[in-house]
Each structure stands twice: as C-alpha cells, then as structure tokens.
Design a protein. Structure first.
Length: 225
C-alpha cells in the first residue's frame, strides 16, 4: 500500500556500481586481466581513473594501452567477467536492500541509472529477490554518458516525474555531476575515491541505517553531512 506524502521525493534514482553494489574490485580484476592478455600492465590507480565513466570512453583507453579489440568487444569482455564474479557473490552496499524495501512499501518510484550495460544491470537487480526498481537506464541506452545529465533526465522522463523532485544517490564524481546537472537532490556516498564537501550535494559516509525520512530531509533542503 502506498503511503507517499508531499514531503517525500517523487522518485529515488540510484547509481549501481559503487552505490548499490561494490563491483569496483570486480571491474579492476576484469581490467587487469584484459590488459595483461595483450601484454600490458593495468594498476589499481589506473582503474580508479575510470570509476563512474562511460564504458565506451573506457574502451578507448584500453585500446590506447594496446588492447586490439573493438569497443564493443572490450565492453562485452569486461561485462562478462564482472557478471561472472557477481554470480559468485553479489557485494551489496550496507543499508541498500533495507532502504529499497522501505521505498517499495511507501510506493516511491525508483530507477537504476548506470553506465554499465543493461544486461549487467538486470543481472544485479534480479539478484535482489524482490521487484525493487521501476526502470533501468543503462550506458548502452543513452548517447551522452555521465557526467552529462542525460541519464538522470531520461530516468525521470520514464518515471513521469520532474527531476527536480527526485533524489539521486551516487558514489563517483562523474555520477554526482550528472545528477546535480539534471537538477536532482543529490546524495554522494563515495566509496573508493573521496569527494569534497559541497553545497551542491549531501555527503554521507554510508547508507547503513538510512531511511526514507532521511531522503525526504535532503529533498527538503535539510542537507545532512
């Protein structure tokens, strides 16, 4: 039963990698193996430079490191390797599943807004065990990836809501920039790369224990650091 009130956001828009799930170590493993297969070296610091980036841009960087595959082949290779690791263990971030259940119970629409491809996003979402999301906007469905606002604007359009009435949850600088540019009330929960405080977004250390009331407070301008 829906219990939506005027004080609640019209929708909550979620990044996936680093926000819903801590897949960055999985991506790093896939990246290291890919570059090594072509005789190169890929470091942890190299991987951090790609956090939050679109996969097509990342593929071009791998090509510049000597990976002689097409952009599509690079994306498929990395995605398959990450999905294989997720199949063994889904690394949910603390508090995520509890908050998603509360949003579902309250009737708040939700979307995944990710630069991963749709089949991987569906793989993660289906692992939740309940129907948590109303739509998925993936990197292979938008022309302009994060930090452009288009992914979040598209999610709001699909849900039929004003992006200014939404809360977005992100972990990376490109993702935060995308959500802020779209006009959403943005919560940054950095994981692998710190983000500086800013009046443009709320900066939280974790979603553990976070409730719908906390999201509503951010949406109302009562930013909690």
């Amino acid at each position: 039963m829906s219990v939506v009130t005027d004080s609640y956001p019209a929708a909550v828009l979620w990044d996936m990698d680093g926000t819903l799930v801590d897949t960055e170590p999985y991506w790093l493993t896939a990246e290291e193996e890919l570059v090594a297969a072509w005789g190169g070296v890929w470091t942890h610091e190299d991987g951090l430079q790609l956090v939050g980036s679109g996969l097509e841009r990342s593929a071009l960087i791998f090509q510049s490191r000597g990976v002689h595959l097409t952009v599509a082949e690079i994306i498929d290779t990395l995605t398959d390797r990450v999905m294989g690791q997720i199949s063994e263990h889904v690394p949910w971030r603390p508090g995520v599943r509890e908050l998603l259940r509360e949003l579902k119970q309250a009737g708040i629409p939700t979307a995944v807004v990710t630069m991963s491809v749709r089949r991987m996003a569906e793989h993660v979402v289906n692992s939740l065990g309940f129907d948590a999301f109303d739509t998925i906007v993936s990197g292979d469905q938008v022309d302009n990836p994060k930090p452009h606002p288009d992914p979040y604007l598209e999610a709001a359009r699909r849900l039929g809501v004003d992006p200014a009435h939404c809360v977005a949850i992100e972990d990376s600088e490109p993702g935060v920039a995308s959500a802020v540019a779209a006009g959403a009330s943005t919560i940054a929960v950095p994981l692998h790369i710190p983000l500086p405080p800013s009046p443009a977004y709320a900066l939280w250390s974790s979603l553990d224990g976070v409730t719908l009331a906390d999201l509503a407070a951010v949406h109302a301008g009562e930013v909690r650091s």
